[in-house]
Design a protein around this ligand. Structure first.
Ligand SMILES: Cc1cc2nc3c(=O)[nH]c(=O)nc-3n(C[C@H](O)[C@H](O)[C@H](O)COP(=O)(O)O)c2cc1C
Length: 233
């Protein structure tokens, strides 16, 4: 079984809480994996050109082309995004929009696969996990776990954090706060987040080794999505 990890963070892997959690989950899972950082990649949103309708291949010439085969080949996904303005960031959104290419005319390239959603924010990443889960469900992929943690807002390193009246530091610590290295949130120093990531990885391994039946999962997800869609219209 092969797992594809995708970190939507714009930061380097060393600085990114999202990347670290995605990697922790992949390692705990114990299956062969590939991890991709979207940092520096050029991925546009879906343009609704419908060029993918006939053959389920998106025709936009950008970095999504090289990811397409990896997405198809993977048996399961770990997808993470930083929290930007209380939702997933633009590049993660763009990538997930482009899964539209796999949805047409009963193409079951992704149906019934499993996913784990990761979200990291200066406050929390839960909104990102929920958003990723929603995208997954449209491809009839089951999100089996969500892992959220607190990452480091840029205000700790931007140079103005201590005096800025509208930044994260005044919100978290109040006025007059002086930056201390030990206060800077780091997901790898949060036992709850690391444990949740390890447990999520183990759950993925369990689900995949128990004779994972994609057809059953696809049917369950299809029913769920259709019901939700009907309710919301
Ligand atoms: C443009 C931008 C908007 C952000 N908006 C939010 C926000 O609304 N809520 C929040 O909790 N954190 C917000 N943050 C902080 C990031 O979520 C935080 O730095 C997180 O650690 C980023 O994940 P990463 O370390 O994987 O890059 C924002 C950061 C940026 C750059």
């Amino acid at each position: 079984m092969k797992i594809l990890g995708i970190s939507g963070s714009a930061r380097t892997p060393e600085l990114s809480g999202t990347y670290k959690l995605v990697k922790t989950i992949l390692e705990a899972c114990g299956h062969e994996y590939d991890i991709i950082s979207l940092r520096g990649k050029k991925i546009c949103g879906c343009t609704a050109c419908l060029g993918c309708v006939k053959d389920n291949v998106c025709k936009q010439p950008d970095d999504m082309e090289s990811l397409r085969d990896k997405i198809i080949e993977a048996d399961a996904y770990v997808i993470g995004s930083p929290n930007y303005f209380s939702t997933i960031n633009a590049i993660t959104h763009a990538l997930l929009e482009r899964l539209y290419q796999f949805r047409h005319r009963e193409a079951d390239l992704l149906w019934g696969k499993l996913a784990i959603a990761v979200g990291v924010g200066g406050s929390s990443g839960t909104c990102c996990c929920d958003e990723i889960e929603k995208f997954m469900s449209y491809s009839f992929i089951e999100t089996i776990a969500k892992v959220s943690a607190q990452g480091a807002p840029s205000c700790y390193i931007c140079g103005y954090g201590e005096t800025c009246k509208v930044g994260a530091l005044v919100m978290v610590h109040g006025e007059g706060y002086k930056i201390r290295k030990e206060d800077i949130p780091d997901v790898s120093k949060q036992p709850e987040a690391v444990n949740a990531a390890v447990e999520a990885g183990k759950l993925m391994a369990q689900r995949l080794s128990k004779g994972h039946n994609r057809k059953d999962v696809a049917l369950k997800m299809q029913k769920l999505v259709m019901e939700k869609f009907r309710e919301s219209t």
